[in-house]
Design a protein around this ligand. Structure first.
Ligand SMILES: [Zn+2]
Length: 566
């Protein structure tokens, strides 16, 4: 075959190995190297357990999904090239991924008119080889993921379902495979093949996503409300179960956990699950109020109680009557207020500041703190008797870094919420960005995640994805490894390297001058020790000596050149 592909440097550049983080990337998609022997065993298992027909369906869909994904790179990597070169991204990527050696025999297409007609020759299909190894020569062509890939890729590229069939297959004894693609309507038995693809059509998926966003928009509650809690992790479910059990009782609940873990959301959920749900939920942050105002805020004030008290005012206890009162950061409450709070809890009645009569209140108390109350008691900052009153039913909400399984569901829910809030259509979070979220330490917990996702939604392009740079814009480049032209792994230049090169180019110095300066610098840093200087430069000592000699010789040749040192 004399067919010649366009250079695939642009595609090889997409493939990055990050051994340190245990990931391989194709663009923004995470990949994995798998043994064909393991895949062959999986195929065999599938066929034996669900039957050939169903296994074929599953594997075709798997190939189809890969083809769909790779079709994105056709648009991204060769936007200015001819449509034909842009289409060839598919077969070239499929080769890079190791599926088979693909040679176009014939390709004619017209996207606008919806015309497509192509034949490809596939040599050394891994799948034909795997099938033959497990089942020997068979009658039916067996390169199902290969066909699925071709269909997925071409359908996404053409915007209509293109069905491929295998007319020759190495699993049947041919010396290579041959696949033929046409719009599904043009195959006489095309409809019978639709079962493999219809559910995965790109158009259906887009429509489903769109209606999902619309549905989320219409069912959204106000952003400030806690609403239902989200979490899958063991730690979260444990805390949630404790909360569910205590909700219908009247017991005082103490929520503990680091700042930002979502204590207020838990308190709201507790209120909504209790039989007080139709009565008020009132929250007060004890750390946010000045000490001299906190008693008036909590218990209310009578007219003229102090300068500035022009009218009588009900406190939070009275406003929460019949409902739930959340005392957030209760550990920060001043001693005097603690004494008064204790009395209210004992008597079930309050007395306004400057007042003489008492009022009965029926309030379910939830206290929250990020400090260790027992320690605060030890330090003399918290009343022990009050701590025992509050600590009837403690629920500890673990920090986000201890419940990594919650990160993704939380992030997805926040994404939907902020898209609606900012009127933006964002299709999702890139896998690479999700991985960065899972690896982050989350000192600010759920609140920090919320801030990050909101920023990501704002920075993402309309109808695009949230990418890792949108979430962590100042992250240093991790060392990355890619493929050179010989297919060997080499370190890729980072942004810092690019910076350095730019600075060198802007300096106006020649390469010889730069080399001279770097050599001198290394020798100076090694205090004149040439072996040490050579080590710094990654050279052998003779190589360094040779270069130094060459530099000095060229300086002698050009006595008028500018001095090496500034
Ligand atoms: Zn085949």
């Amino acid at each position: 075959m004399s067919f010649k592909y366009p250079p695939d440097k642009d595609l090889r550049r997409l493939l990055r190995f990050e051994p340190d983080s245990g990931a391989i990337w194709l663009g923004d998609r995470r990949m994995v190297l798998m043994h064909t022997a393991a895949l062959a065993a999986l195929r065999q298992d599938l066929i034996n357990s669900v039957g050939t027909e169903h296994a074929r369906r599953i594997l075709t869909r798997m190939g189809y999904a890969s083809g769909l994904s790779d079709a994105e790179y056709a648009k991204k990597t060769r936007p200015g090239e001819s449509v034909q070169d842009s289409f060839l991204v598919g077969p070239q990527l499929h080769m890079l991924e190791g599926a088979a050696r693909v040679t176009p025999v014939k390709i004619t297409f017209d996207i606008a008119a919806g015309l497509f007609n192509a034949d490809f020759r596939c040599d050394d299909s891994w799948e034909a080889y795997a099938h033959r190894q497990k089942f020997g020569l068979v009658d039916e062509p067996s390169c199902w993921t290969l066909l699925g890939y071709a269909s997925g890729y071409t359908s996404a590229f053409m915007g209509r379902l293109i069905l491929y069939k295998e007319t020759l297959c190495a699993a049947c004894g041919a010396d290579h495979c041959q696949i033929v693609g046409r719009p599904i309507e043009e195959w006489p038995d095309g409809e019978a093949h639709r079962v493999y693809f219809t559910d995965d059509s790109l158009m259906d998926k887009m429509e489903a996503l769109q209606s999902q966003v619309e549905a989320l928009k219409s069912t959204l509650e106000p952003v400030s409300l806690g609403g239902q809690l989200i979490g899958d992790s063991l730690g979260f479910r444990k805390a949630y179960t404790l909360m569910q059990k205590v909700a219908p009782t009247q017991a005082t609940v103490l929520l503990t956990g680091e700042t930002g873990v979502g204590k207020e959301r838990f308190a709201r959920a507790l209120h909504e699950l209790s039989n007080r749900a139709d009565k008020p939920f009132v929250a007060v942050n004890c750390a946010a109020l000045p000490a001299e105002l906190i008693e008036a805020e909590l218990f209310g004030v009578e007219k003229g109680a102090y300068t500035g008290a022009h009218a009588a005012r009900a406190g939070r206890f009275e406003r929460a009557d019949g409902g739930t009162l959340l005392l957030d950061e209760v550990g920060e409450m001043p001693m005097a207020a603690q004494t008064k709070l204790l009395r209210v809890l004992q008597e079930g009645e309050i007395e306004r500041v400057g007042g003489e009569t008492t009022r009965k209140v029926n309030v379910r108390l939830v206290a929250a703190t990020n400090v260790d109350l027992a320690q605060a008691v030890q330090a003399g900052r918290f009343r022990a008797d009050l701590m025992y009153r509050l600590n009837v039913y403690p629920i500890c909400i673990p920090p986000l870094r201890e419940r990594k399984a919650d990160i993704e569901p939380l992030a997805q829910a926040m994404l939907a919420r902020f898209c609606a809030l900012h009127g933006k259509r964002v299709m999702g979070i890139e896998e690479r960005a999700l991985q960065a979220l899972r690896q982050h330490d989350w000192p600010g917990n759920v609140r920090e995640l919320e801030n990050l996702i909101e920023r990501g939604v704002i920075l993402a392009t309309q109808a695009g994805m949230v990418e890792v740079e949108h979430l962590f814009p100042n992250q240093p480049d991790t060392a990355q490894t890619g493929l050179n032209a010989n297919g060997q792994l080499v370190r890729l230049p980072s942004a810092q390297d690019d910076d350095l090169s730019t600075r060198i180019l802007n300096s106006g110095s020649s390469l010889d001058e730069i080399e001279a300066r770097v050599l001198d610098h290394a020798v100076a840093r090694a205090s004149g020790n040439l072996s040490e200087a050579a080590r710094l430069l990654g050279l052998t000592r003779p190589q360094l000596a040779y270069r130094l000699k060459r530099q000095h010789a060229s300086e002698a040749d050009a006595p008028a050149s500018k001095p090496a040192q500034e």
